[in-house]
Design a protein around this ligand. Structure first.
Ligand code: ADP
Length: 645
């Protein structure tokens, strides 16, 4: 029995690899892709948590080629479906989508195609399954598997809960024998469990990829001025591609104007702009006409650049999940990229009020996620470690060498244990009943009304840390929490001394605290004068709250560790690369499709370096499969030939 299963697996694997080579032109698989695809071929339910750019689509698209019944892909991203389907058709794979953007004639055409068994993949929005007609149609034709993209949307604990997704739990009732393969890029252990339960997955294979992306260098700094902090970073990165995220649309507009006046090729992107303006920004960025997009969270869909060298946040994002997704858009070519986050305490209050206005019953869990994000900023622990652990993975490296904390190589303070004892005893002497902010007041020796009325000015701990500033002491509270000398309880995160903390208090153990944070960005002298910002009252919301869009990714081979960056090409290859891009732009325009549907930057760079001369040498380039060669391979060969002449 086991023997025959192994035989089937290796046969499936061989067929899969052949299909992938033929239709996608890839010769290697990324981590966990093989496992996810083979589990799908064995009709197992799966949940795959793979990082952005990890290649989740291939995990359901390739197995669909081996099945005689279609794979139904459920995705909340209506705007991406057309591009995905166009991309598949270009590869010679029959696919269709059904969503509210189709008129009645197109819808009927697709439905009759489904009845005729014409498609390998059918993309639908989740609400299509809640009616009765479409599920009936699927029952009649039979479904090979369901692929659920962005599966975290099913969980209240995820960062983007959607009601329509919750109803997908009914799939198992109606299609009990059809396997479900769920995919997401961001899911903590709690969210993973919730996805499996809500979808009623039967003994699922849960595959979780590595969240450590060593090519991303994380830096977190307190903000002094949005405009000057950003300008300084952008000017240091002359002509590199980057995204700057802001919370408010008005900040996006103001910052874009400021950067343009300083000579930076920047453009704005937010949901308050017209579709045409947004598309112009996106396309100009894709082809390199502009270097910097200043955006709200709405920017993500269709980012057709794998060479983004920096992502700047001008304020804290509203969750670690958002932060991981947004920073994950940088460095998809595997080259180094900087992720710089500027924050201030005020960001927390700003988001909190937005969340409370928008989220109703979910606001508590979202404020909790926001608090985690804020703690990420104030923490003095390796950023990569924090992120990896947040997503439930073990961290077994010493230092990452790719974050501000590890790069500073900070030595703990010599008097760490004494300082810790002062903090812990202030907590104990005030009765372990007050928030960190209040205990901080006592340690600073503030004779506030509250302190005086409670008689805490008479405590021996009153004013013990008056030579430090409030932020430093608050940072230390977080450090002591991270090192488990303190735990935080309840909604107000009241600090309480743990068993280990008591040992330090009794001088039976030592503690470590890092020196006060002095990493403030110094403003650069701007060319333009800036007015003091006064914002006009707004008739409509000034923020883009929900990320309805996600990034569409380029071919990269991060796993193989062989990025082809511009810097690895000589001058001639760069010139040829530009000509190939020009042809790609023309073809994309002719097809009315985004450029990546033709070939990715990576594939074009490989072409520019290898200069293939015929079909067989062209097919050896990663990203060129038979179908793509048949569609336009010849035209690329002609450009190369012309260049050589
Ligand atoms: P995500 O996991 O974020 O959904 P995608 O499925 O969009 O990622 O894949 C990102 C990019 O990587 C796409 O351009 C895809 O074609 C490419 N890709 C996927 N798998 C491979 C592979 N094994 N080799 C090379 N490129 C791949």
């Amino acid at each position: 029995m086991a023997h025959s299963a192994a035989r089937t697996t290796s046969k499936d694997e061989k067929t899969l690899r052949e299909v992938i080579r033929r239709y996608w032109g890839y010769s290697k698989l990324r981590p966990l892709q093989a496992e996810a695809m083979l589990a799908a071929c064995r009709h197992r339910d799966t949940l795959a948590v793979l990082p952005t750019g990890g290649g989740k689509s291939l995990c359901y698209q390739a197995p669909a080629m081996l099945s005689d019944k279609p794979c139904v892909v459920i995705s909340p991203l209506i705007a991406l479906m057309k591009d995905q389907v166009d991309g598949l058709i270009q590869r010679g794979i029959p696919a269709a989508f059904l969503n509210s953007s189709l008129d009645a004639t197109d819808r009927r055409r697709v439905e009759s195609g489904i009845l005729r068994g014409q498609y390998k993949l059918i993309f639908i929005a989740p609400e299509r399954l809640t009616g009765s007609a479409f599920p009936k149609l699927l029952e009649n034709v039979g479904v090979g598997s369901f692929a659920i993209d962005e599966a975290h949307c099913i969980s209240h604990w995820g960062h983007d809960f959607r009601d329509d997704y919750r109803k997908l739990g009914l799939l198992k009732e109606r299609f009990s024998n059809v396997p479900i393969n769920a995919f997401t890029a961001t899911a903590t252990p709690r969210v993973r469990q919730d996805i499996c339960e809500q979808l009623r997955l039967a003994n699922p294979e849960v595959l979780v990829g590595d969240f450590f992306r060593p090519n991303l260098v994380y830096q977190v700094r307190r903000r002094r001025s949005i405009l000057h902090d950003v300008l300084r970073q952008v000017t240091q990165r002359n002509r590199q591609a980057g995204i700057v995220y802001c919370i408010r649309r008005s900040d996006v507009n103001e910052l874009t104007t400021f950067l343009c006046a300083e000579g930076i090729k920047a453009a704005a992107y937010h949901a308050g702009m017209t579709d045409t303006c947004r598309t112009t920004t996106q396309d100009s960025f894709a082809v390199g006409d502009i270097d910097v997009v200043v955006a709200t969270v709405a920017f993500g869909m269709g980012i057709d650049r794998s060479d983004i060298r920096f992502v700047i946040h001008t304020a804290i994002p509203k969750s670690i999940e958002h932060y991981q997704q947004e920073t994950g858009r940088a460095g998809r070519d595997g080259g180094q990229a900087d992720c710089i986050l500027f924050y201030s305490g005020g960001d927390f209050a700003k988001w909190k009020s937005i969340i409370e206005k928008n989220d109703g019953q979910d606001s508590e869990s979202h404020v909790q996620m926001l608090s985690e994000m804020y703690r990420f900023c104030t923490s003095r622990i390796c950023r990569h470690r924090k992120l990896v652990q947040y997503f439930g993975q073990e961290w077994n490296r010493e230092a990452c060498d790719a974050c501000d904390i590890c790069q500073q190589n900070l030595e703990p303070l010599a008097d760490s244990t004494i300082l810790t004892q002062k903090i812990l005893s202030a907590i104990v002497r005030t009765g372990q009943r007050y928030g960190a902010g209040y205990v901080c007041e006592v340690l600073l020796g503030h004779e506030s009304e509250h302190v005086l009325s409670r008689g805490h000015h008479e405590l021996s701990t009153f004013g013990l840390l008056r030579e430090y500033n409030r932020q430093t002491i608050m940072d230390w509270f977080d450090e002591l929490t991270d090192s488990q000398l303190l735990k935080r309880e309840g909604k107000f995160r009241i600090p309480k001394v743990t068993g280990m903390g008591w040992k330090v208090l009794r001088s039976e153990a030592k503690a470590k605290l890092l020196p006060p944070d002095t990493t403030y960005a110094r403003p650069v002298k701007p060319k333009t004068k800036t007015r003091k910002r006064r914002l006009a009252p707004l008739a409509e919301p000034d923020w883009d709250y929900t990320e309805t869009t996600y990034c569409h990714l380029e071919d990269t081979d991060i796993a193989a560790g062989t990025p082809i960056s511009n810097s690895s090409m000589n001058h001639a290859a760069m010139r040829l690369f530009e000509r190939l891009r020009e042809l790609r732009r023309k073809l994309a325009e002719e097809m009315n499709a985004p450029a990546f549907v033709v070939f990715s930057d990576r594939t074009l760079r490989a072409m520019a370096k290898a200069r293939p001369t015929d079909r067989s040498s062209m097919l050896r380039i990663k990203g060129v499969g038979d179908a793509k060669f048949d569609s336009y391979g010849q035209r690329f060969l002609e450009v190369i030939e012309e260049f050589e002449a």
